[in-house]
Design a protein around this ligand. Structure first.
Ligand SMILES: C[S@@+](CC[C@H](N)C(=O)[O-])C[C@H]1O[C@@H](n2cnc3c(N)ncnc32)[C@H](O)[C@@H]1O
Length: 256
């Protein structure tokens, strides 16, 4: 969960995120753009752009996107990828998305997709985003969420952390909604999406070693109760799938 762990995990696997179909084409990418309703004159901020798919999707609709990621090789990979797509209106900044290096009330839109669960202080990060939004500005937060049941929630977080040591914590949708409201933003909508994942590519994306792959396989199939219902494992061998869930939140900053 430390900055160094995130930089190591994502630095070593940057290209895997550029080529990841889950990130390039996941249903939440389209939904993020729909919720953001980006306008041509806007200055947008994409926090933690990873392989660049979220920044690219917004950049196609706005004047400029500033993209802040903590991992330098990730920024390089994302910049090369988005340029190869002909998108030149993205400014890449290395920085901590939980403590933004920007003044107050700068951005019309802030997006963050599938990254907040790596942040050590999630509530503080959202409060900082609220600071940087213009009055009336929008936040679209998309992130993995966990079950409400605390035992099942711990199980999912242990499972995720074994696959990716830089995993921080997934919260329930209700907890993320609370963080957004506590930041002084008005929550306009909240939804969850089931995200079916291919189990083996999910592990390969983070270069999981053989012994941990065996433990993850056991954890997947030996899960029970709410954790089992959440993970919903299916199939076998290379065709094994399981579910993650994403929460999608739209909020805005009050005018006054
Ligand atoms: C899964 S990727 C993001 C995917 C991307 N937003 C998309 O929609 O395709 C997660 C990213 O979060 C970044 N990250 C993690 N903690 C961060 C922090 N505190 N500040 C900025 N970036 C961070 C990692 O470096 C990594 O690039």
């Amino acid at each position: 969960m430390s900055r160094e762990l995130v930089q190591k995990q994502f630095g070593d696997n940057a290209e895997n995120y550029v080529s990841s179909q889950v990130h390039a084409q996941g249903a939440s990418l389209k939904e993020m753009v729909r919720l953001a309703d980006p306008q041509p004159g806007w200055l947008a901020l994409d926090v933690a752009p990873g392989g660049g798919h979220s920044a690219l999707a917004i950049a196609r609709h706005v004047r400029q996107v500033v993209a802040v990621d903590i991992t330098f090789p990730m920024l390089q990979a994302a910049r090369d990828f988005t340029r190869s797509q002909g998108q030149e209106n993205i400014v890449w900044v290395q920085g901590n998305g939980g403590r933004l290096p920007f003044g107050a009330e700068r951005f019309d839109l802030i997006t963050c997709r599938v990254a907040l669960h790596h942040f050590p202080r999630q509530a503080a990060a959202i409060a900082d985003w609220a600071r940087c939004l213009k009055p009336g500005g929008r936040l679209v937060l998309v992130d993995n969420v966990g079950p409400k049941d605390p035992v099942a929630n711990d199980y999912i977080n242990t499972f995720e952390k074994l696959r990716d040591p830089s995993h921080g914590r997934v919260h329930s949708p209700a907890q993320l909604a609370r963080f957004i409201k506590d930041a002084g933003l008005i929550l306009l909508s909240a939804a969850t999406l089931r995200k079916p994942m291919l189990f083996h590519p999910w592990m390969t994306r983070m270069s999981v070693p053989k012994t941990d792959r065996a433990t993850l396989t056991r954890m997947l199939w030996e899960s029970d109760g709410s954790a089992r219902a959440f993970l919903n494992p299916q199939g076998e061998g290379e065709k094994t799938t399981f579910d993650l869930q994403e929460g999608l939140f739209l909020a805005h900053k009050p005018e006054q």
